[in-house]
Design a protein around this ligand. Structure first.
Ligand SMILES: [Zn+2]
Length: 44
């Protein structure tokens, strides 16, 4: 994986951020949650 791809992936799911947006439904996933509350997508 190239550095550019790593940056792009980090922009989608940043486990160090206060919150993330689900890549599937764009709902907010609270920090520490391993699952999107909107659609149930599992992250991390
Ligand atoms: Zn979702």
């Amino acid at each position: 994986m190239s550095e550019a791809e790593l940056v792009a992936a980090d922009a989608v799911i940043d486990l160090d951020a206060d919150s993330n947006n689900c890549p599937a439904c764009m709902d907010v996933i609270p920090k520490g949650s391993a699952q999107c509350p909107g659609c149930g997508l599992r992250i991390g």
